[in-house]
Write a protein that binds this ligand. Sequence first.
Ligand code: HEM
Length: 164
Amino acid sequence: MVFHLPDNLHPNCGPVAWLLGTWRGNGHGDYPTIEKFSYGQELIFTHDGRPFFHYMARAWITDDDGNRVRDAAIETGFLRCFDEGKVELLLTHNTGISELWHGEAADGKLELVTDAVMRSESAKEVVAGKRIYGNVNTELMYAYDMAAVGQPLTPHLWARLKRA
Ligand code: HEM
């Protein structure tokens, strides 16, 4: 599907405009403390002309044939856009974790690192994260590394999604 830049896009959000819309695809996950897994995912970025995007993502674990096995992570938040591609991401997870991220966007790439991670009493110990989103030949590719459960910053997720 062809992507048209919305007329009312806030200029601060220009460097991340390519993210707008709905994306679906598949990813793989790993971590030193768990078994490898595969997942499907839908990402939705929307805007209303103000200098932020609303973001929502749902994932589900898949088997070797790509069939849905069970629901997995849900995360939602606000990507706030400032001058020169600078962004903030406020992100909340269904697992009792809320994060503040800082990042920079340019040339179809968005890189983010956590500034703060807040966890509920029942949440797993997640202390930091790094995310890279890239527009690669009109596909969205991302990678997520986390420092969690006593491990240093280590890959947990990587995925490739197409515009729906
Ligand atoms: C596409 C999104 C994600 C999927 C499909 C996913 C999937 C998984 C799976 C299958 C496990 C193994 C244990 C289990 O089955 O619960 C796991 C563990 C874990 N995930 Fe994720 N995850 C996702 C995103 C995240 C995010 C965003 C965070 C951090 C905010 C996170 C933090 C963790 C932690 C801390 C563990 C536990 C490691 C351990 O206890 O050894 N995950 N994840």
